[in-house]
Design a binder for this molecule. Structure first.
Ligand code: DLL
Length: 437
């Protein structure tokens, strides 16, 4: 067993000891080196030198994305710039970026965390990792790249886009593991099939490390079938580290948190109270050994739960459930709360439609108007107007029954919803005149 393997299988009380040490170090580091934390800890009456148990962390105030934005560009750094070797950024709808900075140590453990996903998939030096996450400020491309190197793979740094070239390289080079967003993977599979290729047979792919956006179980099953792979879900975010904060193993029963680097809590998003394991709420994360961008109790807005049982694979690190969406993805439509994933769940019951959909929100007579465009499956006849109309009304009825709101359903032709090379745009909110991302 190598050092990485040991860490993954160590008894949980040993992991907790590492976590307590990491928490103690991080809160003091933040207090002493980041003026924002000095102020916020003092205001909340939180004494970083008095942390004696993991539970003491719960006395620390939360940090939000807005706090990070307010301190753009370098205000949250805990190390001098001379020690920062790489910077990533994400920009949300407001355009103000959040910054994730990395020292050499931070980059090293990032790669090791992503590499765990490759190892969970049974991968290693004999694998060819085809990275088609975007390279650049987005953390997907380089995170997967460092992971591939750390796992000893041969890495093909494709970045996203140029779909036909991706397919050619994948076939010629014999890529075995693919790393990209699930929606782009589906697009790759569909284009391949259209060109008469059967990726499950003609390619050597056997695993995918996919994340950056939510994808339903049925979407995953379709992807696995079309590409002939096991698709493992990977979670991460620019503010914390990029991909690798938590990753699924082959059990596909929740994502193992890299618990030697991150401490996770789940809170009630409204009251901020901690929730017991097993209950759904907002994920809050504290870094344990991040040097350049340490974060204490970061409110991710991502909705999940900590799975209470242990995993059959033998890895002892606790797991979060697959993400259902974000608190800010929640649509409030005529007073009813709806997540796009709930709409997706309803559609799973209709084999006539594909996984490609888009929700469009507009305002009509001062009221929210919700339209759902969903592509017909290429196997079904789009020209049979009677059948299409019946299908539209059946889906509409089911949505009304299950979500209690009226959604105007329109079945559209295959490939009429724009494909994305990165994260899919599932919701277009014309009420605000901007794209939701
Ligand atoms: O999406 C990092 C990443 C790259 C993760 C590649 C996985 C693979 P951001 O662009 O900062 O970073 O977006 C972070 O994306 O807060 C979640 O809302 C969402 N997200 C990330 N991974 C998943 C996932 C990257 N596996 C935001 N399932 C997060 C669902 C995910 N949502």
């Amino acid at each position: 067993m190598g050092a990485q393997t040991d860490v993954l299988h160590m008894p949980h009380d040993q992991i907790e000891r590492i976590q307590l040490e990491g928490i103690k170090k991080t809160v003091v580091d933040c207090y002493e080196n980041v003026p924002f934390y000095k102020k916020s800890f003092d205001e909340a009456g939180f004494n970083p030198y008095a942390v004696e148990t993991i539970d003491d962390l719960k006395k620390a105030p939360f940090v939000t994305k807005q706090d990070l934005r307010d301190n753009y560009p370098y205000g949250m750094l805990a190390r001098p710039l001379s020690e920062v070797k790489e910077i990533h950024m994400s920009s949300g709808t407001t355009g103000i970026a959040t910054v994730g900075a990395y020292t050499e140590h931070d980059l090293k453990f990032w790669g090791e965390c992503f590499a765990r996903g490759i190892r969970y998939a049974g991968g290693g030096p004999n694998d060819i990792l085809h990275v088609c996450y975007g390279y650049g400020l987005f953390t997907g491309g380089l995170g997967a790249h460092y992971g591939g190197l750390a796992a000893g793979c041969t890495v093909i740094p494709m970045s996203s886009g140029s779909t036909e070239r991706q397919l050619r390289v994948m076939r010629d080079m014999g890529s075995t593991i693919i790393a990209c967003t699930p929606s782009y993977a589906m697009h790759l599979a569909d284009v391949a099939i259209e060109k008469g290729i059967n990726p499950a047979q003609d390619f050597k792919l056997r695993a995918g490390i996919m994340g950056a956006e939510p994808f339903s179980d049925s979407f995953r099953a379709e992807l696995e079938r079309k590409l002939g792979i096991k698709a493992l879900d990977i979670y991460g975010l620019t503010e914390l580290m990029g991909p690798g904060v938590a990753i699924e193993c082959l059990e596909q029963d929740g994502l193992h948190i890299a618990e030697d680097h991150f401490y996770c809590e789940v809170i009630d998003p409204v009251t901020g109270e901690n929730l017991p394991d097993g209950e759904w709420g907002e994920l809050v994360i504290t870094t344990l050994d991040r040097e350049a961008s340490p974060v204490v109790r970061y409110r991710t807005r991502d909705i999940t739960r900590i799975l209470p049982d242990t995993c059959a694979c033998g890895v002892t690190h606790r797991r979060i459930d697959r993400l259902h969406g974000r608190t800010d993805d929640m649509l409030v439509l005529r007073g009813v709360n709806v997540f796009p994933s709930q709409v997706e769940d309803v559609m799973e019951a209709f084999p006539e439609v594909s996984s490609w959909y888009q929700i469009e929100l507009t305002t009509k007579n001062s009221l929210d108007d919700v339209a759902l465009k969903v592509e017909i499956n290429p196997d079904f006849d789009f020209d049979n107007i009677g059948a299409i109309e019946k299908l539209q009304s059946d889906i509409q009825k089911r949505l009304k029954e299950q979500l209690l709101i009226k959604i105007n359903v329109r079945i559209v032709e295959p490939k009429s919803i724009p494909r994305s090379e990165g994260k899919a745009k599932r919701v277009i909110d014309l009420r605000k005149g901007i794209y939701n991302d």
